[in-house]
Design a protein around this ligand. Sequence first.
Ligand code: ACO
Length: 329
Amino acid sequence: MARSIGILGTGKAVPKKAFKNDDFVKHGLDTSDEWIMDRTGIRQRYIVEDETTSSLCIEAAEHAIKSAGIDRDTIDAVIVATTTPDYPVFPSVACLVQAGLGLREVAAFDLSAACSGFIYATEVATQMLKGGHYRHILVLGADTLSRVCDWRDRSTVVLFGDGAGAVILGDVKKGYGVLSTKLGSRGKDFDKLIIPIGGTKTPITAENVDSPDRYLKMDGKAVYKFAVNIIVGIIEEALTLAHLKKEDITFFVPHQANKRIIEYAREKLGLSVDQVYVNIDRYGNTSAASIPIALSEANDKGLLKSGDVVVTVGFGAGLTYGTSIIKWA
Ligand code: ACO
């Protein structure tokens, strides 16, 4: 008998330092609170100082373990979706989390799918659990993109914030939990959102160390168009896989990249404002962390009820995309 796998607990963590739109102006950037609010819906974001991707993960995971009410010794794997690990190549953030939480010597690995990473990691964990050899899996989405943004580039640095979100996945009532998932990629557009220098293709040298190409570069318009082109279609495909229709959606938890993209999807899906979780005003785009942070907040506020059809959707660098249809347990 196939297991039904769902979210048993949620958690989140953000750095202590809040960075308001006006703080960019104070730092000499040619921008304004009005422009950022108007174009993106972002009012502030949190920025790491002494925190790291792994320390945020550990804090978020502690909340999720408590929220799930499980014994940490029953966690059989850790998956961290991130593109901003503590160290450039290895060790993985997941191994630091395994040690930091005092877990048994369980499987631990990172997964790279940028802002869609949490949906990818949830799918990997769900299929591992369905295989029958794991009890609980800790899935995290975490990023500290402030560390890889060009603080001289107003077109990107204002968009991102740092944070981590966590869920514990495990058995739920039959017919509940993750009903369907749709993942995809469009690698031909790899250069629309990229850090050109610093990988193995073009290592950092004395000559390029000050180049703006060491930092995140985005063709914002292209990513925007990509997002609005794919978002509704993939949700419809995943709904069909789950034998559901748009009218069955109770709650929508989208990746928080831009309020206008969220608003576009909301209208196309025929949802009311109350059916959509939006926190981009407080956190900015936290990349892989945005969906689990939103789920954690919605869960803490009691907005997610047993039997609700919750739709998550993400898109980002790669380019990648993904959506999950979850019947909240
Ligand atoms: N402050 C003031 N002016 C600015 C700023 C700023 N921070 N940034 C850009 N501008 C200027 C531009 O220079 C441009 O000026 P110009 O007309 O004189 O050339 C003008 O504002 C308009 O710029 P656009 O790029 O056309 O602005 P647009 O309305 O397209 O918004 C934005 C840009 C917010 C980046 C939007 O395109 C967007 O949200 N794209 C999607 C990004 C996204 O979703 N990324 C998700 C993936 S993230 C991941 O995977 C890690």
